[in-house]
Design a protein around this ligand. Structure first.
Ligand code: RIB
Ligand code: CA
Length: 313
């Protein structure tokens, strides 16, 4: 029995690896569609990058949609300084062949959820939460079709990566994150606290380069580019591989552990805008609303990635 998912994403090298992982796992995941959102780079690029990835994986059966071009309230903030101008620098990507669907990505999410059985579809959020929040605001009853929302975002003990308090995906659209975290839906979060335990070291890149496949070469090249910024910033031997944690959790949940706790989003202008305020020690009477992962078997994670990407052309 495969698990139905929709991937919402702002490719981004780590998004790209997450998407390839999902597309490789067609025996476990039924990828209903990929929806691009503005984030790491503008929407015109994130949608084209998502199309390049379905081409690269030989999965033209998976439709790609463009969602929102800007956050719900704030102006768009992008991260070319991390990901390069294209968003997936590090590999010589051909122009995309897979078509962009005409339907707006938010409407695809809504229509998919309305047509689904109760709790049928898992939303995998790899970027700012704009599209998912807009779907919940536009047609609240579509929530019925959501099994779980698994997100990469936020940080607590690790702090932020874009401001001292805020992680990029949440900071880009804190109001969208507020809508999602207040939705009452089953939420699972991969914050920086867990992704920073999964560093792309040279030893972990080597097997991808040895695959002699276009997807293996793309991952090895993107890892090399993606590493340069974060390993210098953190003085680490590799960059944290954020977004594939979301997909790895669906494939091998035992790689992760965490705690079901209250998480609120700071939407007030100021120093802590976009902070994921986590009541890790239960000091409030707030109800738990999110399963927050804080531990990962990093070797197991990269073994899974290597095995699955090795399936691709
Ligand atoms: O902070 C890391 C997150 O922001 C990742 O999803 C990365 O792709 C960027 O979107
Ligand atoms: Ca991302």
């Amino acid at each position: 029995m495969t698990r139905a998912i929709i991937i919402d994403t702002d490719p981004g090298q780590d998004d790209a690896v997450a998407i390839l992982l999902a597309l490789a796992a067609n025996d476990a995941l039924d990828v209903r569609g990929i929806v691009a959102v503005a984030g790491n780079v503008p929407l015109s690029l994130t949608q084209a990058n998502a199309r390049r990835l379905v081409d690269s994986a030989g999965r033209a059966d998976v439709p790609v949609y463009a969602g929102c071009a800007r956050p719900m309230v704030q102006p768009l903030r992008t991260a070319e300084y991390v990901h390069g101008q294209s968003g997936i620098n590090g590999y010589d990507w051909p122009d995309p062949v897979a078509p962009l669907q005409d339907l707006h990505g938010v409407d695809f999410i809504i229509e998919s959820l309305l047509a689904a059985d109760d709790k049928e579809i898992t939303l995998c959020a790899l970027g700012p939460l704009t599209n998912i929040a807009m779907a919940l605001v536009k047609v609240p009853e579509c929530a019925r079709g959501i099994r779980e929302i698994v997100m990469m975002g936020g940080g607590f003990f690790t702090g932020g990566n874009t401001t001292p308090a805020a992680e990029f995906n949440i900071l880009v659209d804190p109001h969208a994150a507020h809508v999602v975290f207040e939705s009452g839906l089953p939420l699972t979060l991969m914050p920086l606290d867990v992704t920073h335990q999964a560093l792309v070291t040279k030893e972990r890149i080597a097997p991808f380069a040895a695959m002699n496949t276009r997807c293996g070469d793309a991952c090895a090249g993107m890892f090399g580019f993606f590493n340069r910024f974060d390993s210098e910033k953190y003085g680490a031997e590799g960059a944290p591989l954020h977004d594939p944690c979301v997909i790895a959790y669906l494939l091998e949940p035992s790689l992760f552990s965490g705690k079901n706790i209250p998480v609120k989003i700071d939407i007030a202008p100021g120093l802590t805008l976009g902070m994921t305020v986590m009541d890790w020690w239960g000091v409030t009477d707030d109800a738990a609303n999110c399963m927050v992962m804080n531990k990962i078997d990093a070797d197991g994670y990269f073994a899974l990635l290597t095995k699955m990407i090795g399936r691709l052309p």
